[in-house]
Each structure stands twice: as C-alpha cells, then as structure tokens.
Design a protein around this ligand. Structure first.
Ligand SMILES: *Cc1c(COP(=O)(O)O)cnc(C)c1O
Length: 384
C-alpha cells in the first residue's frame, strides 16, 4: 500500500525542540523530590499522545497521566514506558485492562475502591482526594475511609492526589481558597504518615507548579504548560518561565477561484461578494477542530506571511478564505491556522479569544484526521 503523505491535506507539525525547552524550563521549577508526570490525555491536548509521550520518554520522563483507560492502552501498545495513571473513571467491564497493560487507576471515591478491590486482581492505584473541587475524589475529612482504601487487599496503593480548583486565579478569595485546599491536603498527608502510610502524594498541575510550587509533592501533573501555552494570554504576565508552543496547524489550498459581484459562497449564502474577489478553499474544517464560531470574518489564517480572513461559514471539512490582497496564491499552498508564516503569527490564544474559549479546548479538539509529525528541520531553521 502506498503511504499517505504526512503533509497531504491538513496537518500538525510538532517542534520537539520546543517540547524539550518546556520540559527543561518546568523541571527547573520543580520542588525538591518532585518529578514531571505530563498529562497526555485527549491525545496530548491534540498534539498526538504517542509522538509526544515517546519524545518525553527519551527526555527521561517516567510517569504520565491520561483521562481514560483507552488512552493508557494506546500508549502501552506503542511502547511507552513508565507509570501511566488514569485520572478518570474506568468502568468495571474494563478493569481487566489495568493489570494487563500495567496501568494505575485513580480511585474516585470509597465506593469505587470497594468495586475495584472486588475485581480480585492486584491493581495499582492512586487515591483521588477531594479537598474542595468536589469533582472526583473521596472527601479529605473521611479519614477512616481513606485509611480503609489503603488497606484493601487487592489494591496496590502507590499514590494519592488532589486537584486545585482555582490555582490559576490571582484574586485574594481564590488564593485563600487554594491555601485552604493545601492546608487540608497537608493535614491529611501528615495524619496518614502518623499511621505509617506514605504513598506518593501529588497536588500540582500546570498552574499549581507555576503559582504554588511550595506545595511540593512527588509529581507535577503538567499539561497545558508543557505544550508551551497557558490557558489564557493574560496569564503570561506572571508566568515565571518562557514557554514555547509545540505545535503548528496547517492546511492546503485546494483551489483558488474568482467570485463575481453579487455571487455568494458556502452554506446559507452567508458571504456575498460586493465586488470581484479572489477566494481560496482550504482543506480543513470544524471536524478538524477549527471552531465553526470563527466563521464570517471572526477568524483568519496566514498565507505567504499575510493574513486572509475566513469568509462565509466554516464547513465540516473545508474553509473559505479571501485572498484578493495576497498575490500568487495557488492550489497546494500551505495555509497556517495556528503558527507562524513569515513575520506573522496566529497563536492558540488568538484562536481561543476569537472563539470565546481557552487554549486547552482549542488544542484538545484538534481532530483525528490531522496527521501529526515532527517539524522538518528546514522549517525550524527558517524561523530562527
Ligand atoms: C487535566 C488534569 C491535569 C493537567 O492540567 P493542566 O492544567 O493542563 O496542567 C492535572 N490533574 C488533573 C486531575 C487533571 O484532570
């Protein structure tokens, strides 16, 4: 069978140099005894879980977290080494996958611990503790239940963790709430210690590591920061390290055509040409993760170092842009949806702001149809 070209239709280019830079920058912030446990859930926030985890393995990373058992299985089937913690719920029908693929399961509460224990095979587990987020986790105040989980016959409890709900916020109320979570956490861990239990405890995610490294722990579960962006642009002002975006997103020009005055283009006749226009049809759509809310001029792409507005409605597989002011656009050209072209850049922040969301959502929704490969060296050189 002939191989599909990696830059055939629409694709993601990964800069492993930038990933390495972020790993080193974040490692420099780690409190003593703490190691990175990168969050590679949701296909590594759209970047591609296997290429990212493989590169991280090569950089000495030996622990990962994912959201779903299926994500852990896919990593193991592709040879990823080290601990893989499933942060989310795994249904009992899938418990057999845990020992089979050497996956560590988050214990989402006491009842779940009993269910997992009743499965009867030895399973590695980290106990999830609720210190105020009230999502997953057994309440920290239920000390007897937490102790009972540590003593369950078939659970090999190697860790315990909690999650901060407002570690990104600078407001005094949110900072006080976060301090309360941390105090509850410290109290629980020291009490467990008095009972002779010292599972590997972890509390920090990206914003936790950036804003509260003093909370310490055995792991920092970093996701978004590792990919070189924060959730919102405004947070960059107090980010203690320089982070570099790991991905760029590209699509091809399928064809260029002329619209004559009065003609419209795309679904719903949503764009009508007042004068003669040159437009290009791009091979990327909302099924690839380009938000449909960027239709009708609310978003743009880069071509030949120039900005081309999106016109009409973004389709499932294609997007229409106006290239009247950009000379020499041809079928096959590379359009940049996220990334740099010449002197210009469209960042994940720009897309997120135009779509009214955070970068985490934009990145994690980049679709399965995009091919993902390492950035060619020539392109990296041209950007320096
Ligand atoms: C997704 C997730 C993380 C990673 O969060 P970032 O903000 O992307 O660093 C850490 N911990 C838990 C429990 C998560 O669900």
């Amino acid at each position: 069978m002939a191989e599909l070209a990696s830059h055939g239709r629409a694709w993601i280019e990964l800069s492993m140099d930038n990933l390495r830079h972020n790993v080193e920058a974040l490692r420099a912030l780690l409190p003593p005894g703490c190691e990175l446990m990168p969050a590679v859930k949701a296909n590594a926030y759209g970047h591609g879980a296997v290429p990212i985890a493989r590169a991280l393995n090569e950089m000495g990373v030996q622990a990962f977290c994912v959201a779903a058992a299926s994500e852990g299985v896919a990593l193991r089937e592709n040879g990823i080494q080290g601990e893989i913690l499933i942060l989310g719920y795994t249904c009992p029908e899938n418990f057999a996958l845990l020992p089979q693929y050497d996956l560590t399961q988050a214990v989402v509460d006491y009842d779940y611990a009993k269910l997992l224990n009743a499965f009867g095979q030895r399973v590695k587990a980290h106990i999830a503790v609720d210190t105020g987020m009230h999502r997953l986790g057994e309440r920290y105040a239920h000390f007897d239940r937490i102790l009972a989980m540590l003593q369950m016959e078939h659970l090999d409890v190697t860790g315990i963790f909690t999650h901060l709900s407002a570690s990104d916020s600078e407001s005094p109320e949110d900072r006080a709430f976060t301090a309360g979570q941390a105090a509850a956490w410290r109290g629980l861990i020291s009490r467990l210690g008095r009972y002779g239990y010292a599972p590997r405890a972890h509390i920090l995610s990206s914003y936790g590591l950036l804003n509260y490294p003093e909370y310490g722990g055995a792991y920092a579960r970093v996701g978004i920061a590792l990919y070189g962006v924060l959730s919102e642009r405004a947070d960059l002002a107090r980010c203690p390290v320089e982070l570099r975006p790991v991905l760029s997103v590209h699509a091809r020009v399928a064809l260029v055509r002329t619209l004559f005055p009065g003609e419209s283009v795309g679904y719903g006749l949503a764009y009508r040409a007042a004068q003669r226009r040159r437009i290009a049809i791009l091979t990327i759509g909302y099924a690839d993760g380009l938000p449909r809310s960027l239709s009708c001029g609310r978003g743009s792409v880069l071509l030949h170092g120039r900005e081309a507005p999106i016109i009409g409605r973004i389709c499932m597989d294609q997007t229409l842009i106006d290239v009247t002011d950009i000379p020499d656009v041809q079928s096959g050209d590379d359009a940049v949806v996220i990334g740099q072209s010449g002197e210009r850049e469209i960042s994940a922040y720009t897309l997120a702001e135009a779509a009214g969301t955070i970068t985490n959502e934009i990145l994690s929704r980049l679709g399965a149809r995009l091919s993902r490969s390492e950035e060619p060296a020539a392109r990296i050189a041209s950007l320096q």
